[in-house]
Design a protein around this ligand. Structure first.
Ligand code: NAD
Ligand code: GLY
Length: 359
């Protein structure tokens, strides 16, 4: 078992990473000295696989568990789902000390975290991420949100968990497509911050795709380390934290234009990272061989690198301008200058962008 500390003063917390760490949930939560009534939020599929282990660990340490199921999938990351969770919390007489535990992927984590941030103005929040994406990204850093019909993650808050338990064993049951999707975010950390991690990925990507546990534990730990550093410096995204959106500007447009159905979030980010690398090369910021390394790794991780055929560059541009990150009409791009270093650019000319989109 390994631990990564996110240092945020009074809101600091540990991320415990390892095989079988779910069994320690009750003991770890006891250390937090929170209330004994716990709302466990998950979806039916994840509950059927890991619910019993979690409940056993909690009951063994004197916690009383109220289980709250939500539907699986992005379409349940809504205020309506949050409303049902508030109802359950209220009818179960949860108070301000009663913790909310999120067991699942990023959807469960985001919506349960949003409820934890807002029920009675905030109750203790614990993340037990069970997808690779959630273990390396969404469970760490405190972004919690639900979607609005007009946009993703529009209603949300920064609300740090008190504890994160990333059990590598849970990745064993993850569909291969979801595993690959999580790898997109791992590649992201390599490009934006950690060239050593990027090189390690180039050497070990096949092991990861086979679900080798030690390799997975390694990338979860290294990814959490990078994310912790960025969040410690800029918790509420006033500046530096924007680099975590590498690949997401074009990625979000691709997701939106394909109705959030054709691609997983990670696949869309893969396309977005490749597009950002091509853009950086076109702007003379990124040497060609580094662009090629980024594209090759995304491909080897089993993800697409090209924008979907049939999307007009006009539609992509329009979607980009609608992105919530378009500040004052200017698009924000996180662009690599090499492997391990990015900069945020708001001066990308439309004609260069059009050329990349048509590519
Ligand atoms: P997800 O939560 O939809 O999970 C994907 C699927 O995997 C679901 O069907 C789920 O039931 C299933 N699943 C989960 N764990 C499993 C396991 N161990 N075995 C088998 N199946 C399992 O998707 P995701 O990729 O984890 O998360 C995507 C969400 O995360 C998006 O809503 C995105 O906006 C959000 N996100 C948030 C942040 C953040 O910082 N808060 C960062 C990145 C992404
Ligand atoms: N996933 C982006 C962030 O946490 O800021």
């Amino acid at each position: 078992m390994e631990a990564v500390r996110v240092k945020l003063g009074l809101r600091s917390y540990y991320i415990y990473i390892g095989t079988g760490v779910i069994g320690n949930l009750g003991r770890r939560m006891k250390e937090l000295a929170c209330g004994k009534k716990v709302m466990l939020v998950s979806n039916p599929a994840v509950l059927s696989m890991y619910g019993d282990k979690v409940k056993k660990s909690l009951a063994g340490c004197g916690f009383k568990v109220v289980t709250a199921e939500i539907g699986a999938g992005e379409e349940y990351k809504t205020l309506a789902t949050a409303g049902k969770l508030y109802d359950t919390a209220f009818t179960s007489e949860m108070d301000r000390r009663s913790p909310v535990v999120a067991l699942g992927g990023g959807v469960v984590g985001d919506v349960a975290g949003f409820v934890a941030a807002t029920y009675m103005r905030g109750v203790p929040f614990i993340q037990v991420p069970t997808t690779l994406l959630a273990q390396v990204d969404s469970s760490v850093g405190g972004k919690v949100a639900v979607n609005h019909p007009r946009g993703k993650n529009i209603i949300g808050a920064f609300y740090q968990p008190r504890l994160v338990l990333a059990d590598i064993n849970t990745l064993e049951t993850l569909p291969p497509r979801e595993l690959r999707s999580g790898l997109a975010e791992v590649i992201k950390y390599g490009v934006i911050w950690d060239s050593k991690l990027f090189t390690w990925l180039e050497e070990h990507i096949e092991l990861l795709l086979c679900g080798e546990r030690k390799a997975l534990a390694h990338v979860v730990r290294e990814s959490c380390r990078v994310k912790a550093k960025v969040v410690e410096e800029d918790e509420t995204e006033q500046g530096l934290r924007a680099i975590l959106n590498f690949g997401h500007t074009v990625g979000h447009a691709v997701e939106a234009l394909t109705g959030y159905k054709r691609y997983t979030h990670g696949e869309a980010v893969g396309i977005g990272m490749a597009a950002a690398a091509r853009l950086a090369e076109a702007l003379g910021m990124l040497p060609g061989p580094d662009r090629a390394r980024i594209e090759a790794l995304v491909r080897r991780a089993g993800m697409p690198v090209d924008l979907p055929a049939g999307l007009s560059s006009g539609a992509v541009l329009e979607s980009l301008y609608h992105d919530k990150k378009a500040a004052g009409g200017r698009l924000t791009f996180v662009l690599p200058e090499g492997i391990g270093k990015v900069s945020v650019r708001r001066d990308v000319k439309e004609e260069v962008l059009r050329k990349i989109i048509r590519y």
